[in-house]
Design a protein around this ligand. Structure first.
Ligand SMILES: [Zn+2]
Length: 76
């Protein structure tokens, strides 16, 4: 396993590497872009959403945690 760490952009401390595995459903980040139509919001025709992890396992959601700042940074 590659051991590298990310620095927290808020406090500069080393972040803990981890992942956010999917539960019963895939995870995605939904864009709040203000001019999105509801169809784009529902079906992501405009490709603004980012798929984070999938129940079929082809995408692994790697995430870095800073316990001091209570922030999580996610690789997309
Ligand atoms: Zn921090």
């Amino acid at each position: 396993m590659v051991s590298y760490y990310k620095k927290c952009p808020y406090c500069g401390r080393a972040m803990e590497k981890g992942s956010i595995p999917p539960g019963r459903y895939s995870l995605k980040w939904k864009s709040d872009y203000e001019n999105r139509s509801s169809l784009n919001y529902m079906f992501n025709f405009d490709k603004r959403d980012v798929k984070l992890s999938s129940v079929w396992g082809e995408i692994c959601c790697t995430a870095y945690l800073c316990r001091v700042c209570r922030k999580i940074i996610i690789d997309v």
